[in-house]
Design a protein around this ligand. Structure first.
Ligand code: AMP
Ligand code: MG
Length: 503
């Protein structure tokens, strides 16, 4: 690892805290990145700062919100001890090899310690890099707010994700489908390494770098892969299996909560099994298994119910990229196997949790599976609102009348038949089941229209809507009586919101 270097042009901003920045990724060497400076934005302003996360990183939230902090997290002044760089990766986009991509608008500052281990801080939208291709290196306010809110929502739901520390904005205009304004979101994660980083060095035939990258990831994040079993001491096969396990567990959580990622390209797949690259994502409103949240996804490759298969397809690409290291095809195929058993097992576990029937005898599994299947089919048929169904069901188990759930269905008889089976299946201690369900089925979900309303306000430089929504999605299982309206059905106009890849 190389020592942190302060570039000659780095100047300590007034009141700037001295932070113990480290630069593990930079230690890999220049084949993996380009060192460069962010491009400043005019007159930056604070949109929102994530105070709890700031404190967890040893940063003073008040300093982040100060003009110096805003400048630093817009990329307008260099924080002492940081070593900005953009990393190179490649990937498959929409099932097609896309060649070199890379951090086209993201710049890594370095890493800071937290109670959960070292965390990298990355500015997204901070200007051109050698990997920008046709892009402008910028991110717009709209998509930066969506990423900021959603990563915090996912975290509060217990779903592995990159986090967001702060969003700053500027009046500089950025051309997308229409003219929008620029923003920078500071993302936080133990690592932003993607499947695509491995594909990059594999495709270039650079096996020395490929091994260096794999060793870095294993040593830092998967030290258990150096053990001998079950892959005959092949650490790279073990790595593939562990990434498969984490990805399976992640996608099971997405499916259970009703989260549609929208752009599951291999360059948007985290090697740590984190949700990464929030673009046209959506939490389902009405339950439609074939829902396509990305307006640019014409074939529905990334439809909600295709996510589990796409994740496996992506793991296959990773396996291919790791082949020069694994060397043995049978071992690589064996390492892909765990995904196939872990995904359904994890999904079933999550769905049982949602129903409040977790931890009951395994012998009941087939009946439980039918219970889950039947209600999902009924919901799909009538496009029943997904979050509201689960929340109302939880309240029914807590003692409220069945009508509130029943009213969600037109086919009352089918629903009643299901409910009878379900009640027979509930544990004797319904109170405990209800408490568990209310802590599993969120009341507040970052629906598209809620984000949209906060964004419209933010475009008028009123960030109170972002703050309110942040507070709600950070405690999604709690009651917030003043914001009951934000737990309700989406308005009609919500169905017409079109979110594309353009961000
Ligand atoms: P995404 O679809 O957002 O995952 O991005 C795919 C690739 O395009 C990545 O290499 C991004 O860094 C790059 N990219 C996306 N938007 C921009 C932009 N506005 N400027 C430069 N690069 C971009
Ligand atoms: Mg991406």
């Amino acid at each position: 690892m190389q020592a942190p270097q302060a570039a000659p042009e780095a100047v300590a901003a007034t009141g700037e805290p001295t932070l113990p920045w480290r630069h593990s990724l930079a230690g890999l060497g220049p084949a993996f990145y380009t060192e460069l400076e962010p491009t400043p934005l005019p007159s930056p302003y604070l949109v929102s700062a994530n105070r709890p996360l700031a404190r967890a990183l040893g940063l003073d939230p008040q300093w982040i919100a100060s003009p110096q902090g805003v400048n630093a997290f817009t990329g307008n002044s260099r924080l002492l001890g940081t070593r900005p760089l953009a990393s190179v990766y490649s990937g498959h986009q929409f099932g097609v090899w896309a060649g070199q991509l890379g951090d086209g608008r993201a710049i890594l500052l370095g890493e800071l310690d937290s109670a959960e281990g070292p965390q990298e801080l990355q500015l997204k939208g901070s200007g051109l890099t050698p990997y920008s291709r046709m892009g402008d290196g910028r991110a717009v306010l709209r998509s930066s707010i969506r990423e900021y809110l959603c990563s915090e929502a996912m975290h509060a739901l217990g779903i592995p994700t990159t986090r967001s520390l702060v969003v700053t904005g500027s009046d500089q205009s950025v051309r997308r489908e229409e003219i929008e304004s620029a923003a920078v979101v500071t993302r936080v994660a133990p690592s932003f390494i993607r499947f695509g980083h491995f594909e990059h060095f594999f495709a270039a035939g650079r096996h020395v770098e490929l091994r260096k990258l794999a060793d870095y990831v294993v040593d830092r994040f998967y030290p258990e892969c150096r053990g001998t079993e079950p892959f005959a001491g092949n650490a790279y096969a073990a790595l593939l299996a562990r990434v498969g396990e984490r990805t399976a567990a992640l996608v099971a959580q997405w499916q259970a909560v009703g989260f549609c990622h929208g752009v599951m390209n291999t360059d948007n797949m985290s090697i740590l099994g984190l949700t990464i690259d929030y673009g046209p994502f959506q939490f389902l409103d009405g339950f439609d298994p074939a829902h396509i949240c990305n307006h640019s996804d014409e074939t529905g490759r990334y439809a909600f119910n295709r996510q589990p298969n796409v994740a496996f397809w992506n793991l296959f690409c990773l396996a291919q990229a790791l082949m020069p290291l694994i060397e043995d095809q049978d071992l690589a195929l064996a390492a892909l196997e765990p995904y196939k058993t872990i995904f359904p097992r994890e999904l079933e576990r999550r769905m049982r949790d949602k129903l409040g029937i977790s931890g009951i005898g395994e012998g009941e599994a087939p009946a439980d599976r039918e219970l889950i299947e039947t209600i999902l089919q009924l919901m799909a048929k009538e496009r029943v609102d997904y979050p509201i169904f689960w929340r109302r069901l939880s309240r029914f188990v807590a003692g409220e009348p069945a009508e509130t759930v029943r009213d969600l269905f037109l086919e009352r008889e089918s629903f009643d038949a299901w409910l009878r089976q379900y009640e027979a299946r509930l544990p004797a201690d319904r109170g405990a089941a209800a408490s568990a369900m209310l802590a599993t089925n969120p009341k507040y979900v970052l629906r598209n229209h809620l984000a949209e309303l906060a964004i419209r306000q933010a475009k008028l430089e009123d960030f109170s809507g972002v703050e309110t929504l942040l507070g709600l999605v950070q405690s999604p299982f709690e009651e917030h009586p003043a914001h009951e309206d934000m737990a309700g059905f989406p308005p009609d106009w919500a169905h017409h919101i079109e979110i594309s890849c353009s961000s």
